[in-house]
Design a protein around this ligand. Structure first.
Ligand code: GRF
Length: 215
């Protein structure tokens, strides 16, 4: 899934701690994901994950949204920054900004996001608390392609997590996070194996080379 036979190049966008970013970096370092981290970009200078990325020798960029900037103005600057790194895939990893249509159009079917619920349930902020408040018995996490709507694009993979009596947002988040760190690298690995294709809302996952087709 990369141009000209070179390794795939990933931009990771974060706003905070960056534990999913770390899971992706581990996947690339181990070779499980056939790609390399090209840049970690944040809209917040204070994002903890920036330090982690810099310590790992990965280029970092901060693109803040200044007062008066529209969504699109900000994304234009993000695109300008990403365009310096020749990116094949953008991974949102706790990036707390909705993407404008401009950004989605610049990377069609090449932006992934991880969300801590089983979409379409509980999109938006505080998904774990939403699941608890609703009284759900299961929640989980979803990796999906990004479109113009919040937490809405075609789903690549999901993992379910049961909600136990006595769970609070923090215990549930921790259990979901374990699954996030597993399925996000898996989804990105599939992308760089060229096995994902998007048809409307369906994401088809081609069998691994050498694997007989099911059925
Ligand atoms: C994760 O729960 C992710 O699903 C959500 O934001 C959180 C980011 O955590 N989109 P981290 O920064 O990856 O640790």
């Amino acid at each position: 899934m990369s141009d000209g036979g070179r390794p795939g190049r990933v931009a990771i966008l974060i706003s905070g701690r960056g534990s999913n970013m770390e899971a992706l970096l581990r996947g690339m370092r181990s070779g499980a994901i056939a790609a390399e981290p090209a840049v970690v970009l944040s809209n917040k200078r204070s994002a903890k994950g920036l330090e982690t990325a810099a310590a790992a020798g990965i280029p970092t960029e901060v693109v803040r949204r200044r007062k008066g900037m529209t969504h699109e103005d900000h994304d234009r600057l993000v695109i300008e920054a990403l365009d310096r790194y020749d990116i094949d895939l953008v991974c949102l990893a706790g990036y707390m900004r909705l993407l404008s249509p401009l950004m989605v159009a610049r990377f069609p079917d090449r932006i992934l996001n991880i969300h801590p619920s089983l979409l379409p349930a509980f999109p938006g902020l505080d998904a774990q608390q939403q699941a608890l408040d609703y009284g759900a018995r299961f929640s989980g996490c979803t990796v999906h392609f990004v479109d113009e709507e919040c937490d809405h694009g075609p789903i690549v993979t999901q993992a379910a997590v049961s909600i136990e009596p006595g769970d609070d947002a923090s215990s549930l988040s921790a259990r979901i996070l374990e699954q996030e760190h597993r399925i996000y690298p898996e989804a990105v690995a599939l992308f760089f194996q060229g096995r994902l294709s998007v048809e409307g809302r369906q994401v088809r996952i081609a069998p691994a080379t050498g694997t007989p087709a099911a059925g």
